[in-house]
Design a protein around this ligand. Sequence first.
Ligand code: FES
Length: 123
Amino acid sequence: MICEASALAEGGDGVRFDWPPAGGEGKAFAVRHDGEVRAFVNRCPHLGVELDWQPGRFFEESGLYLVCSTHGAIFEPDTGRCIAGPCRGARLEAIAVREREGRILVQDEPTEPVNGSGFPEDT
Ligand code: FES
């Protein structure tokens, strides 16, 4: 599980998580835009640095676009495409995620049992 769904407000702070999930060295992040949760590897296509200027701060002031804190590249939150800045036309690496029963999960992640049966709810 990445986080509780309530942790992601529209255009608000994002949630950072390890990527790949099994003890990976990298970081990724999830944000909410247009009601949908979007997740990307936290690596700017320009120089490979993390985007957030403070942990979890991925949106620029309007809350409509993602921004790289290093040189100000602007990205579409729905596609990850850079529309302004030094890496214009490049894309953030997207991660498929899903929202289910109040939780944000990586797409292939089994749903954790919540009823004590020991079996995933949906496989
Ligand atoms: S490192 Fe992100 S815009 Fe330069």
